[in-house]
Design a protein. Sequence first.
Length: 255
Amino acid sequence: MIKLCALSDLHIGDGTKSDDFTLNDDKLIKFLKQCIKDYDKVILNGDVFECWQSQSWDAQENQLSKIFKAHPQLCAFIYSSILSKKVIYVSGNHDSVCRTKSLIPNVVKRYIETVPVGDGFFIKVLFEHGHAADIANDKLSWFGKFIAWGIGWLERNGWKDADEDLGRMEKYIPGYRSDKNVFFKYANSLLKKGYDVVVFGHTHKQCVTTVIDTEPNKYYVNTGASMSSPFTFTEILINPATCAISIHQSDQALI
């Protein structure tokens, strides 16, 4: 049995009023250590660090340094786990600078787990943050970056719930994060390329969708968000002997 665990969208911030990460650092470290013991692979599927909400415009490298100072033990543990390859780090849109500027080693744009199941066949699981389906955070990434930075500025200056309040406007932006069909279509296009399971984050909405027009069935999975308690995580179990794929999603209370 191959056991995979994935979580995403921690958005670990700089400790200011704009920091939406409210989990207890020590308890999250304990949880991640247990995952490393229990699973064959642990995947952080993007937006681990909130680098877009820097105090000055687009100062992402400096922002990562502030995040590490605000959460020293947690960031050191994540860094060392990535360095030792105990954890696989797939970058998202808010933390892409970690990969593009090589600020953290071994960060990848996507990760593929390939499981041999006999007779030359494989089960392939693709982990990708999923923002490539979101026009405001991919082709128009400057727009998404500006919105995130502006929300951070508003929260630091007294609008406590700016993220949630302004987030209600997402449904009026075609192809944006709240448009479920956009992500399903993108996942389906990837499944048609030969993947058996496609795993995204980005939307902050956990789901498992079975694509039933294929034989055998294929799956689109979203890991939800892991920035506050209870946070969501996903496990994928693959039995090479039977080619069976089991997907379980849980809410973990962690304060």
